[in-house]
Design a protein around this ligand. Structure first.
Ligand code: URA
Length: 454
């Protein structure tokens, strides 16, 4: 519930708020709501908000301040109510990685196991991909749905994935753009409140977070990933939601493919029981956490939930659920039945191991950047993208390779870009060691937070 702000708020002023944050004095709930409301309404200029963001970046926020900031941002626009669409809204969010097509597999599994999913997803930005761009590789797929269409498809198929409505957490939209140009993106309370405000505004009652950690992620170290995960779990619990944060490795791409249509193809193969082992393991883990987060799940035990998630792949029901979602959202189901009909790039090239040894490093961030340079991602909002291009990583950290073994396959639609990407991959992306290498485990840690009412 948005708090009723007292009359005294009328006398608040920005400078006093800036002074307090600068001097490490905790802000009141009223001050935080007032600041966010005024900034969203264009009544606080960017230069003052930038000063405030930098003070937060340097001095941090208390748990209570962070929760207030999250709720103030969530309430700055539409608060979506899914109660007439799904009996209990479980959402998932990944903090962003390379080759992360998890939603395409997890959501059909969860929906077919008895927990309906009505989800809003984002597009790609920077080196990480976005679910909506991937789905738009499918001919005719419509991600922009009216609220009526969104609800009807959810009721018919228990699964719908649409792009975010225009007025979801507008304060976050403005603040994120300002953070981007004021060196205030890497602040844990600012990242946590940004992510959680959109989840709360999107109507989630329980949230499963995949907090990526490593070279290809926002959080490079396990310690940072832990702090972000803990902060988001605390925000959710204080806001009355059940939150599970799974910290997972992003030192190498997830699965094999990075690039929109290639990732849809890999997701379809996974739904048919032919997915790469790391990707399957992550999908089953996230699906199981989503299932046990819902009181409507047929099982409440994590291992049992993983078993029914696996069954939904084995018996084909998750694949059918995905195919039906694509059909109901205007997409061509023939491309789901035969993924070779998805967009394919004109050119291909491969990179082979220059020596024998053990794969010691595969830089996921650089692979993500190379996909953007091939045209498969966007530097700024609204840039067009080429769905067909991308990179297949054919080895994993720790694998033993012989000289000449294939490491990468690049898919491009332009000779110059192909040459640039292959040159880059050859020189900057992988290392081969003479000694055996132990990879980081995929699932690093799990934090579960439940409010008293759960
Ligand atoms: N993703 C978000 O939505 N916000 C951030 O601040 C960082 C990642």
């Amino acid at each position: 519930m948005k708090p009723q702000l007292p009359e005294s708020m009328k006398t608040l002023n920005v400078i006093e708020i800036l002074v307090r944050k600068r001097d490490k004095i905790e802000l009141s709930t009223e001050q935080i709501y007032w600041l966010i409301e005024r900034y969203t309404a264009d009544k606080v200029p960017d230069y003052q908000m930038a000063a405030w963001l930098m003070a937060v970046q340097l001095n941090g926020m208390t748990r209570r301040e962070t929760v207030d900031l999250t709720l103030a941002m969530a309430h700055s626009g539409d608060m979506i109510d899914l109660s007439d669409v799904v009996p209990f809204a479980v959402d998932k969010h990944s903090t962003g990685g390379v080759g992360d097509k998890t939603s395409l597999v997890v959501l059909p599994i969860v929906a077919t196991c008895g927990v309906p999913v009505a989800k809003m997803s984002g597009r790609s930005l920077g080196h990480t991909g976005g679910t909506i761009d991937k789905l738009e590789s499918i001919r005719g797929f419509r991600a922009e749905l009216t609220p009526e269409q969104f609800k009807n498809i959810a009721r018919k198929n228990q699964l719908v994935i649409a792009s975010q409505s225009g007025n979801l957490a507008p304060a976050d939209k403005k603040l994120y753009a300002l953070r981007d140009v004021t060196a205030t993106v890497p602040s844990i309370p600012l990242i946590a409140s940004s992510i959680m405000s959109k989840k709360l505004a999107g109507g989630a009652q329980a949230i499963v977070l995949d907090v990526k950690c490593g070279e290809g992620a926002f959080m490079r170290t396990i310690d940072e990933a832990h702090q972000l995960a803990r902060t988001m779990v605390d925000i959710g619990v204080d806001a009355g939601r059940r939150v599970t944060a799974v910290i997972t490795d992003m030192n190498q791409p997830l699965g094999i493919t990075a690039g929109n249509a290639l990732e849809v193809r890999e997701a379809i193969e996974t739904l048919r029981g032919e997915g790469p082992s790391d990707f399957v393991e992550l999908c089953l883990t996230i699906a199981a956490h989503m299932l046990i987060a819902s009181p409507h799940s047929p099982v409440q035990n994590f291992e049992e939930a993983k078993t029914i998630a696996q069954q939904a792949i084995t018996d084909g029901t998750a694949f059918n659920k995905f195919r039906e979602m694509v059909r109901l959202q205007g997409g061509d189901p023939n491309q789901i039945d035969d993924p070779t009909l998805l967009p394919q790039a004109r050119l291909q090239d491969t990179i082979a191991a220059p020596k024998s040894g053990y794969i010691a490093k595969i830089d996921a961030r650089q692979i993500g950047r190379a996909v953007v340079d091939l045209g498969g991602g966007r530097e700024k909002k609204g840039d067009p993208i080429d769905h067909a291009v991308g990179i297949e990583t054919l080895v994993k950290i720790g694998d033993k390779v012989e000289v000449g073994d294939l490491l990468f396959r690049v898919h491009a639609n332009d000779e110059d870009r192909l040459a640039m990407a292959t040159g880059w991959l050859e020189q900057h992306v992988f290392e081969i060691s003479d000694h055996p290498v132990e990879p980081q485990p995929l699932i690093i840690d799990t934090i579960i937070g439940k409010p008293q009412s759960f």
